[in-house]
Write a protein that binds this ligand. Structure first.
Ligand SMILES: [Zn+2]
Length: 553
């Protein structure tokens, strides 16, 4: 009797042990791959094991197969390349998402004819009389025809719809129906100093030009998608990012963003339906009362509030109107900014600042240095966005402060114009990411999409490697061209730094979040001019499949 009880207890113990072992075996094992880990040695592994959203082991396929339990899902990668999920460190993703399903998209379209065809298709498929809006993300040089659409062409493809086509923040073409719907009968009715464009003969073209506030103000007049459309747009846009291997974005707020603009994102987060990790900063619209605005919006938002999917990441990219696209800030501008920056440092807030030109960035750096005398800012991971022509001296000042640099592929669209303004020698070293690395500045990659650029990270990665504009002009020299491993590093763990997350994601290492993408071609060996065509076939966020295409579908 006693013996039977002992034996029974033994059996129970063995069973309990077995259950424990299967609970500890991986949920998912990816084998037979080429896994670019982006660890410090840029090691390449054959297989990876994942449990509870995190990476539990890496090694050879044989080693990882041994870890499998009865419930482990085994995925054969068929030799394909795996990268850490890409992170865009400066993507206006929250705004782009709101209208993703209600706008017409020209991103990556190679001819004007096809672009017009998309407007025509939208006129057919959307509600009768619906607004057809292309809100940016394209450039005439991407078209074989190398020009913008005319008003007549837009009327021809969508005679019954108001059509609005925005190019960057400098130009927007509206059809007569759109002019009428917005009540733009005279130049005086245009917001922000906008003007009617005239051709060489002095005739109105139908387009509106002017400074950035003119186009921002015009866009504000357009009807907004309904809340349901915004929620659908957010889900669809994030899936689109997943299709391109993106698992994280850092959103720098931006033009036209108000509290309302965040509600669809929050809804998707509450539904636990986010498929991209979002770290977001809050900015201002440059009202003249920026300090009050920032205090009000952040009063109940401690730095870092949120979770692994959605997190508050401080303030930016526009703190004050006086220090935004202003290359000659006066004393009031700098003092106003200093007060807010010091306040942010005291509250432990991260700060990111939009700045374009190196020639004027000293006024910003001087303020950051003053703040740093009072509160060390390095632990707060402040950053400057854009600054394509950063000088070595500027990068050294940034390094001394522990200020990072987010770099975008602005020259992919704007390279020709930029070269004309700064000359060939300067253009060749733009942006100087190799120098930044040598100096030790934290650098993250991204796009600044979707008004002024495409959100496609592989377009940006190809541009990092070949320095060619969309028009085919090779702008950058070899001195400032990173190698493939380094470019990938910028787009993964480099970007993760700006969300204070480089120790939990951005590389494929034991203990880190299992955010990864299985690629359609080998990023390390594909011809450089084909890298832009790469897509993900399988994207995971925290070990969960968020996107799958054949053969993984
Ligand atoms: Zn910016």
């Amino acid at each position: 009797m006693t013996r039977r009880i002992v034996a029974g207890v033994f059996v129970l113990l063995v069973l309990a042990g077995a259950t424990l072992a299967s609970a500890q075996s991986p949920d998912t094992i990816l084998v037979n791959g080429k896994i670019l880990t982006v660890d410090t040695q840029s090691s390449v592994r054959g297989a990876v094991a994942i449990r509870d959203g995190r990476i539990t082991a890496l090694g050879t396929s044989a080693e990882m197969r041994k870890l499998a339990g009865p419930r482990s899902r085994l995925i054969d990668l068929g030799g394909r390349t795996v990268i850490p999920g890409l992170i865009d460190s400066h993507l206006h993703a929250i705004r782009a998402a709101l209208s993703f399903t209600t706008e017409v998209n020209w991103i990556g379209v190679r001819t004007l004819e096809e672009a017009l065809g998309r407007v025509k298709d939208a006129a057919r498929t959307m509600k009768p009389g619906a607004w057809l809006i292309v809100a940016g993300g394209w450039n005439p040089q991407q078209f074989k025809e190398n020009r913008r659409p005319t008003q007549a062409e837009l009327v021809a493809v969508a005679p019954e719809n108001p059509v609005y086509i925005q190019l960057g923040y400098a130009w927007a073409m509206l059809t007569p129906l759109a002019h009428r719907a917005l009540g733009l009968g005279s130049e005086a009715a245009l917001p922000g100093g906008g003007r009617f464009e005239r051709d060489a003969a002095g005739n109105l073209t139908g387009a509106i030009t002017g400074p950035q506030p003119a186009i921002v103000g015009l866009f504000d007049k357009l009807p907004r998608p309904t809340f349901d459309e915004q929620v659908q747009g957010t889900k669809a846009f994030f899936r689109e990012l997943n299709r391109l291997g993106i698992t994280g974005v850092i959103d720098p707020s931006g033009n036209n963003m108000t509290g309302e603009s965040y509600q669809a994102l929050f809804q998707v987060w509450r539904e636990k339906a986010l498929t991209v990790r979002v770290a977001y900063s809050l900015g201002t619209q440059g009202s003249g009362k920026e300090f009050d605005e920032i205090k009000a919006t952040t009063a109940l938002l401690p730095m870092g509030l949120g979770d692994d999917m959605l997190r508050f990441n401080g303030i930016g990219e526009r703190i004050t109107g006086g220090m935004y696209n202003n290359d000659k800030p006066g004393q009031t501008d700098t003092e106003d900014y200093y007060r807010i920056a010091l306040w942010a440092a005291e509250r432990g807030l991260t700060l990111t600042q939009h700045w374009n030109r190196d020639s004027s960035v000293g006024s910003l750096l001087t303020i950051l240095e003053r703040v740093n005398q009072r509160v060390p800012i390095a632990p707060l991971r402040w950053s400057i966005a854009h600054l394509n022509d950063a000088s070595e001296q500027t990068l050294r000042r940034m390094k001394a402060l522990g200020v990072g640099w987010t770099v975008q592929d602005a020259m992919y669209f704007g390279g020709e114009a930029f070269r004309e303004s700064v000359g060939e020698a300067s253009a060749q070293r733009t942006p100087p990411v190799v120098t930044a690395k040598k100096i030790g500045v934290a650098v993250g990659a991204g796009t600044d999409a979707h008004r002024v650029a495409s959100y496609n990270p592989f377009t940006a990665l190809q541009w990092f490697l070949d320095g060619k504009t969309v028009g085919g002009l090779a702008l950058r020299g070899p001195e400032e061209t990173p190698d493939r491993a380094e470019a990938l590093r910028l787009y993964t763990i480099g970007s993760a730094w700006f969300a204070h997350d480089n120790d939990v994601r951005g590389s494929l290492e034991v203990g880190k979040l299992a955010d990864l993408a299985v690629l359609s071609q080998d990023y390390m060996t594909a011809p450089v001019d084909r890298i832009g065509a790469t897509e993900s076939l399988l994207t995971m966020v925290g070990g969960k499949i968020v996107y799958a295409a054949p053969p993984f579908k």
